[in-house]
Design a protein around this ligand. Sequence first.
Ligand code: T3D
Length: 261
Amino acid sequence: DKESVRYGTSDGVATITLNRPESLNALTVEAKEQLLECLERARADAAVRAVLLTGAGRAFCAGQDLDEHGRRLSENEGLGDTVRRYYNPIVLTMTRMPKPIVAAVNGVAAGAGAGLAFAADLRIASTRASFLTAFANVGLGADSGTSWTLPRLVGQARAMEMLLLGEPVTADRALEIGLVTRVVEPEDLERTAREFAERLASGPTVAYSAIKAEVAFGAALDLPGALDIEANLQDQCVETADHLNATLAFLEKQRPTFRGR
Ligand code: T3D
């Protein structure tokens, strides 16, 4: 059987590829289960220090598989648990992953597919990419974290525009509003996104993990609360070999080598 999600590792990077190109990598139960397994595998593997998430074929991910969803709706089967059972754990596993996640957005990212891209830490887009919240287009509210991630990425006004209007935002517009880090030609996407992922995979992993947690917690805290979290996480970073070595390297005017601990 063809895998709905592919997993591979090289040079400290776990590459997770959504692999149902015939339906624009729409998310079936099987695909969601496999995606969660791959994310957990990447989290658990100490040799993995960054994750690259992308889609096979011309799309990044068209969100919930509406064929499967439609069948379930008409059979009144398993309704209401998709979000709690799959999207919430997937998004939390991504945002709590103690290593950076780069989304290589090769084409359209729609609905929960856009949610996956927004839950990544960096988004590198091909000129063919677009972002479409799509939920309201099928009579749904926001899910897969988009009501939390999108306003933080682009501000409330633009998030409301995207969520209410459900129109595609092109790669160039996404760059303009700060939703993506870089837009490149389709043939350069894989290389560019991999360069970012490999750079992060050879960086100070504990510090990156602290930065992810600080930014995520900070969003929900007042300044004294955020300062506390920073102090606690900084205690952990200060004790790493990476911090000691990078400080000594600076003093010796050398480039530091980070081992991720
Ligand atoms: O509780 C719950 O379960 C709710 C959870 C919801 C989470 C969500 O993600 S809701 C949002 C679901 N996604 C969408 O509404 C997006 C639907 N797709 C589209 O709007 C368009 O396909 C795109 C804008 C993404 C791309 O348009 P285009 O013109 O480039 O491609 P296309 O021709 O529409 O699609 C190509 C094929 O992919 C086509 O199949 P065919 O005709 O060649 O056999 C199409 O049906 C299929 N496809 C696209 N999106 C989905 C899909 N098949 C199943 N599910 C999809 N989401």
